[in-house]
Design a protein around this ligand. Structure first.
Ligand SMILES: Nc1ncnc2c1ncn2[C@@H]1O[C@H](COP(=O)(O)OP(=O)(O)O)[C@@H](O)[C@H]1O
Ligand SMILES: [Mg+2]
Length: 394
């Protein structure tokens, strides 16, 4: 009996269920404090990721995030109060070409949409969650820049028509979308030829003379489901397939040729067809506002980080504009956009209307006659990625 107890005790000794972590110095930050925790043998940063919520409660703070790790230690940042309770006082700001500060992240830094770093974005959320607000913020931020804006708005144009003055093109029917997408594919083809001429791989390469560098184009899509859903499959199938293929093409090739996508959707699910998953893979910037279903949150964030999905599901409906965002650092953040009234976006669109190049100019500038708006074939893309061309990531 005693022998057995001793054995048992020895076993218990070996399993250290709770061993207090060794902590480094607590350093104050603007929003709370930061500290280093040293990992015990066998522990990984993952173990800390799992218990951040418990830590926040134990420390009586708003949240605890793992901000970085090195072998053997992790750095944790605690935020005392929620910095996103209000972002009043903050303004949407143009912050360099194709870069807009749209709000605040929970670590106190700016919530930035930077198309040159993350070319394509997926922005989801239930009705009233703040999707359009973010699109408005982009209009305000991009309108003063030398950037062409294009709107796809299949909800009858109610979202983007007010900004038409600053848009180079606006499609409100699927057939129009198909046409505009064909044009965009044509623009890509022309820009490819231009890049080939200068032996560069993208329009931002320093060897591309400033004078011929084409203008970047940001394509805003409101309600992507409308592009894919069919009321009458017999008649719409082909059109939907054309739209899906071209949109995917633009997403795959757009980055190098200065074409960027910002795609909004209320519900993104597999019912939209296979094309959606392929498209999502190209939309590497993710913004998930409050959603009503798990599937949409998973479609938006699940392939990146399952904890981000859980965080997005906790966003409450009384805080529109709040979202879980995955951007350039591939980590997820809570974020909140600045409240931008439609009137503000409308005013910006009108004020900078003359900066909008005409669609005719974009699709067929004098130096760039287009060979029609045909589809790109694989051979052309292959040819383009010849190894002797210099590769400069943008
Ligand atoms: N960041 C924000 N801060 C405060 N209010 C917001 C914010 N974003 C949106 N709202 C408000 O929430 C409501 C819904 O926003 P909206 O962008 O139209 O949502 P959605 O397009 O997802 O339906 C609007 O009344 C808007 O003024
Ligand atoms: Mg909306």
């Amino acid at each position: 009996m005693t022998m057995m107890m001793m054995k048992q005790r020895r076993k218990l000794h070996r399993v250290q269920v709770e061993k207090a972590p060794r902590l480094g110095l607590i350093r104050p930050t603007a929003l709370g404090f930061q500290l280093t925790a040293y990992l015990h043998d066998g522990q990984t940063p993952e173990d800390y990721e799992e218990v951040l919520d418990q830590l926040a409660h134990a420390w009586r703070v708003h949240s605890v995030r793992l901000v970085s790790w090195k072998p053997g230690r992790v750095t944790l940042a605690a935020t005392l109060v929620d910095p996103l309770d209000t972002v009043a006082g903050l303004q949407v700001m143009s912050d360099g070409l194709l870069r807009v500060q749209v709000g605040l992240l929970d670590n106190g830094s700016r919530y930035v949409i930077d198309f040159k770093v993350v070319p394509h974005w997926l922005n989801v959320g239930a009705t009233q969650s703040g999707k359009s607000n973010l699109a408005n913020a982009l209009i305000v931020g991009l309108a003063p820049q030398p950037v062409a804006l294009v709107g796809f708005d299949l909800k009858g144009g109610v979202e983007f028509t007010p900004y038409q003055a600053r848009l180079s093109a606006l499609a409100t029917e699927r057939a129009e979308c198909a046409g505009l997408l064909a044009d965009l594919v044509g623009i890509i083809r022309a820009r490819m030829a231009l890049c080939r001429q200068y032996r560069v791989k993208n329009i931002w390469h320093p060897r591309m003379p400033e004078a011929v560098r084409p203008m970047p184009i940001v394509v805003l899509v409101d309600e992507m489901a409308e592009l894919f859903l069919m009321a009458d499959p017999d008649h719409e199938k082909e059109e939907v397939a054309a739209v899906a293929t071209r949109l995917l093409r633009v997403a795959q090739l757009g980055r190098a040729f200065g074409i960027y996508l910002f795609v909004c959707g209320q519900r993104v699910g597999s019912d939209l067809g296979k094309g959606v998953t392929a498209l999502r893979a190209q939309l590497t910037g993710r913004i998930c506002h409050m959603v009503n279903d798990d599937e949409t949150a998973k479609m938006c964030l699940g392939d990146m980080d399952r904890r981000a999905v859980a965080a997005a599901r906790q966003i409450s409906s009384d805080r529109p504009g709040t979202a879980v965002v995955i951007g350039s650092d591939s980590r997820w953040h809570h974020a909140r956009s600045v409240h931008v009234l439609e009137e503000q976006a409308e005013t910006a669109a009108e004020q900078f209307a003359e900066l909008a190049p005409s669609w005719a100019l974009l699709t067929g500038g004098p130096a760039l006659p287009l060979a029609g708006a045909g589809e790109l074939d694989a051979a052309e893309v292959e040819e383009f990625t010849e190894p002797d061309l210099e590769d400069v990531p943008v």
